[in-house]
Design a protein around this ligand. Structure first.
Ligand code: DX5
Ligand code: ZN
Length: 224
């Protein structure tokens, strides 16, 4: 079910943690387990020191599943690739604010929205909230990295929570409605901390796909 805001706490399993030799079955398993969205981590080996997958994989997942695809572009020059990910069937495209991403952020966000896709802006643990403030009225989702991007299975960084709290305050103050997504190290133990800070979209890779029962893991994060 492709839905944007049908629940108050959205759980988005990250397929980076899935068994890539059975990606189709893994997506079906996450959906059967109650995933609200699927989080697709695109890495280019330049913006982050890892390479994952590109538009062809996003398209394969899009054509074989009916679920909201939250595509996280950890790439430089996302503007060059946005059209391909739109064509591939992304429902949300998040781009990074850091200068190393080398794009015009307002242009990228506008291009994404003009195509009818939701637009997200992501920023790393070491990037101050001030970096994203000029764009808050141009986004549908703020992606707050709670690990250094590039790999799954890292420890949640609670020191990032003040940025979530301040983003919630500014969202209210400015009358905006963007989702606040936390991404990295989320599990039933860390989800309450992120929820208390005000996040409402929870990306979870290792804690869902590597759990004995993905449905139980998703429920535990949603109810934590
Ligand atoms: C890291 C990615 C995250 C990661 C989450 O660069 O953006 O989405 O896959 O995986 P876990 O939940 O294992 O930290
Ligand atoms: Zn991600």
């Amino acid at each position: 079910m492709k839905s944007w805001t049908h629940v108050d706490r959205i759980v988005a399993p990250s397929v980076l943690a899935a068994d890539f030799s059975r990606l189709g079955e893994e997506c079906s398993r996450a959906i059967a387990g109650g995933a609200d969205w699927l989080h697709l981590d695109v890495m280019d080996g330049h913006f982050v020191d890892n390479i994952s997958f590109g538009p062809a994989v996003v398209e394969a997942i899009h054509t074989t599943n009916d679920i909201f695809l939250d595509v996280h572009l950890m790439i430089s020059r996302p503007d060059h690739y946005i059209p391909r990910f739109l064509k591939a069937g992304a429902d949300l495209l998040s781009v990074h604010v850091e200068p190393e991403a080398k794009h015009d952020i307002t242009d990228s966000l506008a291009t994404i929205r003009a195509a009818g896709c939701k637009a997200g802006l992501a920023f790393n643990p070491s990037t101050p909230l001030e970096a994203v403030l000029p764009y808050l009225d141009q986004i549908d989702l703020l992606l707050v990295m709670t690990v250094v991007p590039g790999f799954g299975g890292q420890e949640f960084m609670p020191e990032v929570m003040p940025k979530v709290k301040e983003a919630v305050r500014l969202r209210e103050e400015r009358g905006l409605t963007f989702h606040i997504e936390v991404d990295g190290g989320l599990d039933p133990q860390t989800a309450p901390t992120a929820a208390a800070a005000g996040a409402n979209v929870f990306v979870a890779g290792s804690s869902t796909f590597k759990a004995p029962d993905i449905g139980e893991a998703i429920r535990a994060i949603r109810e934590a």
